[in-house]
Design a binder for this molecule. Structure first.
Ligand code: SAH
Ligand code: SF4
Length: 370
């Protein structure tokens, strides 16, 4: 089977296809679940089912616009064909639990085909509907402040399981999703193939602009550089959370193998290669990384860097006893960065009542993974 969304950078894929001699195009075999597939892939699939090509376009419309959960629901298809493909999975999840916060944020626990449960959040603002999607069942990175990291890791999410989260939120809110952040459970850069496949589908099939998507990573050596070569137009957010190597190691186990200086160097390369700025995420933990000298240290690292710092006040999780800093301290840290001409803002906490921090609701309702 030809893998349509490989980790191979677009530029290389194009040159490989331009080798001169007319190499035959590999035939694309689309295997269900069908969600996440393009019009071309779905057309190929219906042709394999001995159906006319235009059925591919119809199938696309019924999957992405009407949100069907079974091919049997597609009334424009003949009854006879429907009965033969009724069991072909589209790849939609089922709702396990839904929690709405007074500010409109809705958290979903979704049950996947193998029974695993993942977390997705819909965050409405005046003009936007943002979905915070998961990329893995759990996360192997084990960050000390993160409920997902404390809960263990099971597997990567498939392309359709990522796209499904967005359709689910869109259907629940009865409103088009405008923005996507890969900030739910999991480390997206450990699942690059499926994340890039989902980005393509969410852009072309669901109609969400790539510039309205953010991929957040704690940093995996070499992967930010690789992402840059794809020239994706998505925003890159890097979870820094510390202004020096010692504090970062304390919070993020993988930082030991990936020194802060190397991570920042790769981010600089990303800016050079893409011309796009990087967002740095920085969870403020009272007394640990929120002192005035930390702001100065962070500013030193980021001087002249085309970036924006997002300060995130820590949302308490039950497994550890870090402190959320006071509003005054948060403001002082922000001012410290601004005095050093670092672009920064504080991220407003949404849906605290619905266990806003990454993986918290799942941890409470389902428990640890491993
Ligand atoms: N693995 C990726 C993306 C998922 S985590 C990453 O780490 O970037 C998404 C965001 O949730 C990260 O910025 C992370 O720092 C934040 N987060 C996790 N636990 C949190 C907590 N207890 N309080 C506030 N933010 C938290
Ligand atoms: Fe994984 Fe991100 Fe949580 Fe760290 S913060 S454990 S990388 S989900």
């Amino acid at each position: 089977m030809d893998r349509i969304y490989s980790d191979q950078p677009v530029a290389q894929a194009i040159t490989a296809g331009q080798s001169g001699t007319a190499a035959p195009m590999p035939s694309v075999v689309v295997l269900p679940p069908l969600l996440g597939a393009s019009v071309a892939e779905l057309t190929e699939w219906v042709k394999q089912q001995q159906q006319p090509a235009y059925r591919g376009q119809q199938l696309h419309q019924w999957i992405y616009q009407k949100g069907v959960r079974s091919l049997d629901e597609i009334s424009v298809f003949s009854k006879q064909w429907r009965s033969t493909v009724a069991d072909v999975p589209i790849g939609r999840s089922t709702l396990h639990y839904r929690a709405a916060a007074p500010d409109g944020t809705v958290k979903f626990l979704l049950r996947l085909a193998d029974g695993q449960i993942i977390e997705t959040v819909g965050i409405p603002t005046e003009k936007r509907l943002t979905v915070c999607v998961s990329s893995q069942v759990g996360c192997p990175m084990g960050c000390d402040f993160c409920a997902t990291g404390k809960g263990g890791f099971l597997r990567n999410l498939e392309r359709h399981e990522i796209v499904d989260q967005v359709l689910t939120v869109q259907e629940d809110f009865q409103q088009r999703v405008s923005n996507i952040v890969f900030m739910g459970m999991g480390e997206p850069l450990l699942n690059v193939d499926n994340v890039l496949g989902a980005v393509r589908s969410l852009n072309e099939d669901v109609g969400i602009g790539k510039r309205a998507m953010t991929i957040s990573t704690v940093g995996i050596p070499g992967r930010i550089r690789r992402l840059a070569t794809h020239q994706l137009q998505t925003t890159l957010a890097v979870s820094l959370h510390a202004s020096n190597q010692a504090v970062r190691e304390q919070l993020i186990p993988s930082a030991r193998q990936y020194p802060l200086q190397d991570l920042l160097a790769e981010c600089r390369e990303y800016v050079q290669l893409t011309g796009r700025r990087v967002t740095f995420e920085y969870i403020l933990l009272g007394g640990l990384n929120d002192c005035p000298e930390h702001a100065v240290e962070l500013a030193e690292h980021l001087r002249g860097f085309q970036s924006h710092v997002n300060l995130i006040p820590y949302n308490p999780i039950s497994e550890v006893d870090y402190q959320r800093p006071s509003p005054q301290r948060i403001q002082a840290f922000l001012n410290g960065l601004k005095q050093h001409h670092i672009a920064a803002s504080v991220r407003r906490s949404r849906g605290l009542e619905a266990d806003a921090a990454c993986g918290q609701l799942r941890a409470k309702k389902v428990g640890a993974i491993a």
